[in-house]
Design a protein around this ligand. Structure first.
Ligand code: ATR
Length: 486
């Protein structure tokens, strides 16, 4: 029998008690649930019980069999182990002892295609499998994450109240809802992370312009960001950026940001988002640029070879541009806001495309709602996205929502100016600039794609369509250059 701090059965179990898993288990316990806990090596289980027994009722087990036996039916077990092989191993161990109708939840950052496969395999064994994206990091896991569960609807009925008991709450609404079948939850979590990459990058670009364009100190920029955090850009990421910029390195007395190596790491979800976007044919340019910007930052050898070693053309200093500092700061804020809008709009486009492709029927309004709290991209701005989808569930692009269109009226000129300034100052702003090109492409009456179709027809007889009549056409380029219908 499992050793028990409580005689009744547990409503929920957590397998894998590293930081995320134990924080999640504690969160469940603190919210009145009896929580079965199990870890492959017992030291982590012992530590959880010895350090945090006061959080609530835990039932620790030393074997997976005891763990499963300590759960009430339908049994609900959340796996919080390393993504990949470890997850598959634990799923198998659980599936061997669980019974029909029981629910296995993978709370890790699984690739959604793995989740689709696992769901199929588990369903064939009579069990339910739920791939749940959990956002908010360690702190969120403990105090209220944003949770994106996929899997069968029936499992949501058994799981929903439990997940609602631990999720972040915004305006009385828990930041969790059933996203859609099989891999839907992990898919939207992936795109959430991609959006996060873009959001972080646009903040970085604003910093770069203020720091090396307007020559402001990190502390001054921290004040600017703290001010921005009171308006349209009010968000967790802006808030913590101000904190990072204010931090002074104890060892050197310099701003911490100046002693941190400027090579950004990544765990892969941003890259997955872009790969998937490529497959779906959705232009998530902002997320793509953000992923590439991290890659470029980490190409230290190449950067060292290029530093001071490439022609710059005739750059201008901030002074030479004759800019007013306060105006420049405000223009940068607006460029950031506009680029962020593009990034979110593209992310939601990818979710729609993924949902259509897999017939998940994901409601974008739900996502904006549950991302308002608990997760890294939590922001006031998401309320506007909720309203946008309230007004029109079939919006062709978030940018076309009347509220955002109105915002863009005030953003577009500063945005264009900032892109020009960045170019003149010689400062990189890949998401600011590419997002503006995306925006101009989206609204353009004619795109150079007509030329590309002409070229394709010339070298490969790939044919083209005409704007004035139905059909598919080819010009006899190496003949008399007359047009034939093909
Ligand atoms: P973190 O980054 O927070 O440490 P992680 O690396 O994603 O978390 O996951 C580590 C967890 O996965 C641990 O609970 C680990 O168990 P041990 O404490 O016994 O090492 C668990 N884990 C890893 N591989 C596993 C496997 N094959 N079977 C069961 N659990 C495994």
């Amino acid at each position: 029998m499992p050793m028990s701090t409580e005689t009744s059965l547990a409503q929920i179990g957590v397998v894998g008690l590293a930081v995320m898993g134990s924080n999640l288990a504690r969160n469940f316990a603190r919210n009145g649930n009896t929580v079965a806990v199990y870890n492959r090596s017992t030291d982590k289980t012992d530590k959880l019980i010895s350090d945090y027994a006061t959080d609530g009722n835990f039932i620790p087990s030393k074997t997976i069999e005891d763990f499963v036996a300590s759960l009430e039916k339908p049994r609900r077990a959340i796996i919080m182990v390393q993504a990949g092989h470890a997850t598959d191993a634990v799923i198998n161990q659980l599936a061997e002892v669980m019974e029909e109708g029981d629910i296995i939840i993978d709370g890790g950052n699984a690739l959604y295609t793995d989740t689709v496969r696992r769901e199929r395999e588990i369903a064939a064994r009579g069990l339910h499998f739920v791939g749940a994206g959990i956002s908010g990091g360690e702190e969120g896991a403990l105090n209220g994450p944003s949770i994106m569960p996929g899997g069968p609807k029936e499992s949501w009925d058994a799981l929903g109240p439990l997940l609602e008991s631990i999720a972040a709450v915004v305006d009385g609404t828990p930041c969790v809802t059933h996203i859609g079948p099989d891999g839907a939850g992990h898919f939207v979590k992936m795109v959430h992370n991609g959006i996060e990459y873009a959001d972080m990058q646009v903040i970085g670009e604003a910093y770069q312009l203020l720091r090396f364009g307007a020559d402001m100190s990190p502390a001054e920029i921290a004040d600017v960001f703290a001010e921005w955090n009171k308006g349209d850009l009010d968000s967790y990421l802006i808030e913590i950026t101000a904190e990072v910029l204010r931090q002074v390195d104890a060892e050197t007395g310099k701003p911490l940001v100046d002693v941190i190596l400027d090579a950004a790491g990544q765990k892969g979800t941003g890259r997955w988002t872009v790969k998937e976007a490529l497959d779906l044919g959705v232009p998530t340019t902002a997320i793509g640029e953000a992923v590439f910007a991290r890659a470029l930052s980490s190409s230290l050898g190449q950067r060292a070879a290029a530093q001071g070693n490439l022609p710059t053309g005739s750059l201008k200093t901030f002074g030479e541009l004759g800019l007013d500092k306060a105006e420049f700061i405000e223009d940068v804020r607006r460029a950031l806001y506009a680029s962020k809008l593009v990034a979110y709009s593209q992310g939601f486009d990818e979710i729609k495309a993924g949902s259509d492709e897999h017939q998940w029927d994901v409601d974008p309004r739900d996502l904006a709602t549950i991302w308002r709290g608990g997760c890294i991209i939590r922001a006031k701005f998401l309320n506007r996205i909720v309203e946008a989808y309230d007004n029109n569930a079939e919006l062709p692009s978030l940018l076309l929502d009347p509220y955002f269109k109105g915002e863009l009226e005030g953003l577009i000129d500063p945005w264009r100016k900032v892109v020009i300034y960045a170019t003149q100052l010689g400062l990189p702003a890949p998401v600011f600039t590419s997002s503006l090109s995306y925006y101009d492409s989206l609204r353009a009456e004619r795109l150079p794609a007509a030329i590309i179709q002409g070229q394709r027809d010339f070298f490969g007889a790939h044919t083209y369509q005409r704007i004035d009549k139905e059909g598919t056409f080819h010009t006899l380029w190496s003949g008399d250059r007359s047009e034939i219908e093909s």
